[in-house]
Design a protein around this ligand. Sequence first.
Ligand code: SF4
Length: 580
Amino acid sequence: MDKILRINMSAEGGPEIKTEPLGDYAGLGGRAMTSGVVAKEVPPSCHPLSEDNKLVIAPGMLSGSVAAMSGRISVGCKSPLTGGIKESNSGGQPSQMLGRLGYAAIILEGKPKKKALYKVFINKDGATIQEDNSLCMLGNYDTVDKMKAEYGDKVHCISIGPAGEMKMAAASIAFTDMEQRPTRHAGRGGVGAVMGAKGVKVIVIDDAGCAARTPADPDKFKAANKEFVAGLRKHPVTGEGLPAYGTNVLTNVINEAGGYPTRNFSTGQFEGASKISGETQAELENARGGEGSATHGCHRGCVIRCSGTFYDKNGNFLSKQVEYETMWSHGGNCGIDDLDALAQIDRLDDDFGLDTIEMGATIGVAMEAGVAEFGDAQAAINLVKEVGQGTPLGRILGSGAAVTGKAYGIERVPVVKGQAMPAYDPRAVQGQGVTYATTTMGADHTAGYAVTANILGVGGTVDPLKPEGQVELSRNLQVATAAIDSTGMCVFIAFAILDQPETFQALLDLTGAFLGQDMTADSVTALGQQVLSQEREFNAKAGFTKEDDRLPDYFKTEKLAPHDVTFAVSDEELDQVFNF
Ligand code: SF4
């Protein structure tokens, strides 16, 4: 990957495409690239939808190679949801394809002079951009179908739905999966709204004629990749749990632990959890035929294979196998236990281009406000449709949980830095609470997934209900995650590398052999710390202080059943997370 594709949407006479050398960004990938570009080129005080903001799309350092699990792609910008720096990453095919085409990043900058929508096409001969207003307000599914009809059935897409076009703060960017469906999303932080503000509806990618990127030391790379894959296959989470049930394997686990946020974070266990668990979902999928509950990768080279397909009652494709976070946000968090309704909502979110976590949390807040009853699946479906149609109520909901809470005068709004919390109550999984409070991203589970040691016994054990040890746990995970997010590796490799030293060593060897440099645990830590420091600095310049690194007060005063706990990590301890 030796070049950057820069598209200036403000250029006189229409958008202007330039291919440029990597310059200062040489050697960067994924989150290190997106946060590096945003920190250097975006004024921290700018309006996120203004021409000063930039949208950076970057494959990981190893993307485009045959390294297992290396196909994650990062999207970065100043977030319309949090007002701080954002990196949101996704699976899907585009990362591997952009890597093969040699692009380390696509940077969209400026803003079109006129109201118009554009499509970008990239192949081995270069990139072009064209106005195409026939795409206006199309869902992601129709957009992809249209692009396949136009550019051939081998292309993959990066697109926004109506929510992105309407510049909603909950808007996502969709990436097509192995089946060319727009089911994988850079969901968090409103990145889709920034793409909408740039006037770009879709980026179409064709990597025909491009070979996989070659490692600096092919023999060492091959041996390390084999060892790495063997390590992933032998770990119980990456080798058994995730392949058998997908991420929704967590529903029963987190519910039993009493950390499953239910009905807008009012209790830690959901009586309907077993009806929407991974196990029940797999049973239903098997009963409906097709490939049943067989899982597959969301991109070439995935060996964990946590992704799947959901068919409706008539055996027709409805959506991807619903992920844990989505099943929770629209499910237990809204008191809904109907698998078919939840899969329908998942499809609507994907098609409109909405972050499922933000939307589920927002509907939970709306239900607390009395907009609909908890447990009313049809009402939840109708609310998501309002968002997709951009009705006045839909515009409020599409702005996320914090805005919805304000609009309805609700105090219990589960957000940090304006972003909704994911599927682990911070009172019952206190390490996760530290991550929610302090990460540069706003409440985010993947930024430092303390569920590992708090609940799953992976990488050691730390009592989830007590404050002791949580700051160190979250700090170490946040540093490691920032590095993993830069490589293009799926974060689910963390289970195996935290527990199995030989698998961690294989990852270091794999990365080192590809890049042609020595990789050690210290170099991974240094990379992670550098990324986090850059992000913290951006946020400080954007106006964030330590007071923003806090959970909403009610998590400290309102006890959570069944453990009757409050969040007990002190503010002073939270302020120590980035002391490295
Ligand atoms: S483990 Fe799941 S999320 Fe990760 S790359 Fe594979 S299918 Fe995608």
